[in-house]
Design a protein around this ligand. Structure first.
Ligand code: AMP
Length: 582
């Protein structure tokens, strides 16, 4: 029987997504190749309604004709102005929902009339009511509204609903929420939640934009904030730089012909180091950690009671966030399900449960690396100087494919060579991990100590690991490729285990190779022939004939080295000998 169609919708402040469960698995429905619909609505020059990317694109130039972040106004009495007309927040949200509905109908080729929509855990009754009304205006019956952290937990835990305390850390573009979610007996519920609905990735962009503005002021003595057009470009460049810094230690911010000032062109070219960026946003991250403790208090729990930490929202790709959470909870936060999509995926799972559809194993399919990869460097281990400190670069359970670059430094002045060792494992002592590759980058420029060397690790869907070392100042590069990295290590691990057993028992482990196995048969056959020949004299004529046939068969097989052909005559000859001797 065909189940009725209920779609799952994440109606977000910055972005929205729509998903369904098909054949037990979640599909995020794409619109012209995009899984994400920016939550922007606008009126074009030709008085047409724009939704998503085109509305977002016109926002900076025509803010009076564009609405963003309508979710913040849901449940309020006030209306918003767009191109001279007033709209209720429900109406603007309905325009976004209508677009999502059409996207799903185009994909499914059927009408879609029912939806599960997610809302923040802190949404009041009136905000929830307004969301339901927006659905109705768009022609969607909202069969259930679920809390966003509940949806995130469902996307990770649809299959495994044992008792658990889950912390959902959700940092989007403009809002931050942290929730403690309890799973028990198939019931997933938010027990405490806290946040700041004015904190998000946009603030991070803002910090970078301020840094660029200051740089332009210093270098060109121009207050670039006066140019709306230049600021639009700066804001975009800031966001791009921020994303780059999630994977790389430096980002180049380059904007040619950004502005003209007194007949002079301003070309922007500025490098930003991750370290400096992390300092800019440190107060924001501190604030999120304080909020976590408020939520934990509210749930009457401490950090050690938390079984899982789930990362939700695009901004959680900022690596310092995982690092801080790891330090706080002594647990690696999970982020294998795309943090932009896991709320929509959870909404689709809830929708499928309501529609009575079966959900298989893990409903969200992701390719992840089961191992951590890194290198070794000089550092401190247990408070002492140690030359083989492990520095993880790609963390286990990260979604594939991925590329991560980390920064290292030369040790001495005029250093000519850097030896790079690549390891797989988790131990902070690199020597306890499995070495999977090694190479050196030679002919470095004669630079002073502490010159930057970038190490880039790229792991693809087939488990092929590319490792490159790059001298930052010259671009000198050396790479290796480790084929089939993921499965190869299992063999290596086996070898290591064998070695360990050997050391424990102090003896050489004898390997059963094909050769040793056939040797055994040959020895057995020869011994049997000798014995049979000794018994020939006392055998009856009939037995004699059988024995001679068997011996001949064995000798033929031995001469032909056809060891498989030995089995049968050996067995028969053994039987005759047994009979003669008894
Ligand atoms: P959301 O509201 O959950 O869609 O999150 C959007 C926010 O995530 C925006 O501020 C994006 O700039 C931010 N974001 C997306 N990708 C990354 C990334 N790779 N690193 C840091 N922030 C990101």
């Amino acid at each position: 029987m065909e189940h009725e169609i209920i779609v799952g919708i994440d109606l977000g402040t910055t972005n929205s997504e729509i998903a369904i469960v098909e054949n037990g698995k979640v599909t995020i429905i794409k619109d012209a190749g995009h899984e994400i619909l920016p939550s922007f609505v606008g009126i074009s020059d030709d008085d047409e309604i724009l939704v998503g990317e085109p509305a977002k694109n016109q926002y900076v130039l025509y803010p009076e004709k564009t609405i963003k972040s309508i979710k913040r106004k849901m449940g309020e009495e006030n209306t918003v102005e767009m191109a001279g007309k007033s709209y209720t927040p429900q109406e603007i949200s309905a325009i976004i929902l209508k677009r999502l509905k059409t996207i799903s109908e185009n994909y499914l080729n059927k009408p879609v009339t029912k939806a599960v929509i997610t809302v923040p855990a802190y949404f009041s009754d009136s905000q929830r009511q307004a969301t339901r009304e927006a659905g109705e205006i768009a022609g969607l019956e909202v069969v259930r509204m679920i809390n966003e952290p509940t949806a995130a937990a469902l996307s990770y835990e649809a299959e495994n609903q044992e008792q658990k305390h889950i912390l959902v850390y959700d940092l989007g573009g403009g809002t931050f929420d942290v929730s403690v979610v309890n799973i028990e007996d198939d019931v997933v519920e938010v027990v405490a939640s806290h946040g700041n609905n004015k904190l998000g990735g946009d603030d991070f962009d803002q910090k970078i934009a301020e840094y660029i503005v200051k740089h332009i002021q210093e270098q060109f003595s121009v207050d670039i904030r006066e140019s709306r057009k230049a600021m639009a470009r700066i804001n975009r460049a800031a966001e791009t730089a921020k994303r780059i810094l999630s994977d790389q230690p430096f980002a180049m911010i380059e904007e040619e012909y950004l502005h003209e000032h007194q007949g002079k062109q301003i070309n922007l070219s500025l490098e930003l180091a991750r370290e400096d960026y992390e300092e800019m946003i440190e107060d924001y991250i501190d604030e999120t950690l304080e909020a976590i403790h408020v939520a934990l208090n509210g749930a009457d729990l401490t950090a050690s009671d938390i079984d899982e930490i789930l990362l939700v929202g695009g901004s959680t790709r900022t690596p310092v966030i995982s690092q801080r959470l790891q330090t706080e909870f002594q647990k690696q936060p999970r982020s294998e399900i795309n943090p932009d999509l896991c709320v929509a995926a959870g909404a689709a799972i809830q929708a499928a449960i309501i529609a009575g559809e079966k959900i298989s194993g893990s409903a969200v399919l992701v390719d992840i690396t089961p191992y951590t990869y890194g290198t070794s460097a000089i550092g401190e281990l247990n408070g002492e100087f140690y030359p083989h400190m492990y520095v993880p670069i790609i963390h286990k359970n990260s979604p594939l494919p991925l590329s991560k670059t980390e920064l290292f430094f030369t040790m001495v002045d005029n250093q000519k060579i850097v030896e790079v060792q690549v390891f797989q494992g988790e131990d902070e002592d690199a020597l306890n991990n499995i070495q999977i590759g090694e190479f050196s980058i030679e002919g470095l420029s004669r630079a002073p100590a502490n010159s930057p060397i970038l190490l880039k690790l790229e792991l693809d869907l087939n488990g092929i690991l590319n490792v490159s070392a790059i001298e930052k100042n010259t671009g000198l590069k050396k790479s290796i490729t480790i084929d089939n990295a993921i499965s190869r290590f299992e063999e290596d691990e086996m070898e290591q285990a064998k070695q360990r057993i050997q050391e424990i028992f102090g003896e050489k482990v004898v390997e059963t190779t094909e050769e040793t196995a056939s040797n055994k048969v040959v020895v057995q056959a020869k011994a049997l022939v000798e014995k049979a020949e000794r018994l020939l004299d006392n055998a009856s004529a009939e037995d004699k004939e059988d024995i001679v046939d068997m011996i001949e068969a064995i000798n033929d097989a031995l001469t032909a080295k056809d060891f498989a052909a030995l089995d049968e005559p050996i067995e028969q000859l053994s039987d005759i000998i047994y009979y003669l001797e008894s």
